[in-house]
Design a protein around this ligand. Sequence first.
Ligand SMILES: Cc1cc2nc3c(=O)[nH]c(=O)nc-3n(C[C@H](O)[C@H](O)[C@H](O)COP(=O)(O)O)c2cc1C
Length: 376
Amino acid sequence: MSARPDEAAGAVPDPSSPTDIEAIERRKADHLRLAASDRHQSPGAGWEDIHLVHDALPVTDAEDIDLGAELLGHRLRLPLVIAGMTGGHPMARDLNADLARAAERHAIAMGLGSQRAALRDPSVANTYSVARDVAPDAVLLANVGVSQLIDQRGERALGASELRDAVAMIRANALVIHLNYLEESVQPEGQRRARGALEAIAAAVRTVDVPVVLKETGGGISREVAIRARDEGVAALDVGGYGGTSFASIEAERAAAAGDMERARLGETFAHWGIPTPASVAACADVLPVIATGGLRSGLDAARAIALGATAVGIGRPMLQAAMVGDGALDRWIGAFEHELRTAVFLTGGRQARDLRSARRVVMGPTAVWLQHMTD
Ligand SMILES: Cc1cc2nc3c(=O)[nH]c(=O)nc-3n(C[C@H](O)[C@H](O)[C@H](O)COP(=O)(O)O)c2cc1C
């Protein structure tokens, strides 16, 4: 993979054309470029507040530990999902191909970025479908945004056939509906109509013939929202909590570049908004199967998330960075993740990854307070 973050540099946002296809494609390229910079990383989700208690007498050999997970009816070799990130512009095709090959090699899952661009402009569908071409057996997750399920000013809602097209485009194993009202609030061209969102999600559940996953993108999901989603037939959550890549911060920079200083300020003011990922995992894990995404940076963070009840974890920016480096960086990152997770299970006396759920743990600092309030 030879693409570099600076290849997307120079893309100019066009807030006056919210439905313009080229504007969507430019925005996707902006997101790749800005996510690659350190400026838009939150200070952390608080994973380091969670201490798994050491077991000095493990009961099994480290190499015999089973790290597999069952997600949405599929067996993964590791409880790992490459978080949905991209598609819809030329650079995305190579990135998605590299990420999908890694998903296939390691028998893990992969999300695609929002398919809105391809549903509006079929000529870019191959930037998504390439993932299935190179990963015939991987668990692949289609992706649309909740705001596209509702009529917005200047853009009609996606219809039932378009939702089915998104799934068919990559022969997806599940459809992810992402929730990003924090980002839409800051984005100059953001879509902020939300009335009827839950009903639209329920309709999507009835429309597609694969499970539907509800996914936040930095704000986290509370227990109350998890219950409403479950009651409408949603199969799993990707809690997408605060602590990792910040789209409020990314959109603040895009707003400033577009001269919209009011939204730039809004994004900076809300840069630390959201339920931290650990608290969101703990709040939702007994409601629906949970993918923990948002600021996880190692296999030890994954072990902490599984201890709080997660079924699997989603990794965004580190995967993006590794794909951009190329030369085996994705395999090295996934290999290190596996080694770290295996070590955490071994040193807590487990035989398999899900034994972490009953591992003794000590939670300190602000994370302890969040957990207490979010799981009451
Ligand atoms: C460049 C980029 C683009 C993204 N685009 C999408 C998207 O289209 N749909 C979506 O559900 N999430 C999207 N995300 C959010 C990620 O799936 C993930 O939730 C987020 O990056 C937090 O994980 P991290 O802290 O490991 O990066 C995107 C993330 C990045 C970095």
